[in-house]
Design a protein around this ligand. Sequence first.
Ligand code: RTP
Ligand code: MG
Length: 155
Amino acid sequence: MNMLEVTLAILKPHLIKNPVSMEIVQKRILNEGFKIVNSKIYRLTQEDAEKFYAEHKSKFFYNRLVTSMISGPSGIYVLAKENAIKHWRELMGPTKVYKAQFDNPHSIRGELGLSDTRNATHGSDSPESARREIEILFPEFNLDKWYKEEKIHFE
Ligand code: RTP
Ligand code: MG
């Protein structure tokens, strides 16, 4: 049976500042077979960013991460396909840009990442994270309702 899955993807502020980069990534999303369930251009508030990255609060990079994420609008997407979480993370490549450039130069981070903080994109790391992140950034979106309706067409 096919397992439809959703993930929350963010094209970070430095990436969407460049319309060409943004278009490249958007095309990639569609070419790879993701369905865009929901999307918006949105500037995270301090509160959003703190909630979103709560698990990293004690890390040395936390402040610069939050500062960078609220520095301008991001492109925020709910993406769906089979194995969406793993597939999107594979397309992004490793977190650290030097590693992405070395191990997977054609990944999104390998091509468009600028630093370990400004590493082009975000992707949920589990179904639970996807649900939590969607609730933070698309509070009006009812994921359970969407799954129920979509399942009819997908199975
Ligand atoms: P993400 O959550 O953004 O999809 O990436 P990830 O799972 O690969 O990485 P994670 O460990 O969750 O880190 C979240 C974000 O924090 C920034 N970071 N900076 N050494 C550093 O300076 C450092 N390490 C992590 C990155 O922006 C990373 O995407
Ligand atoms: Mg993560």
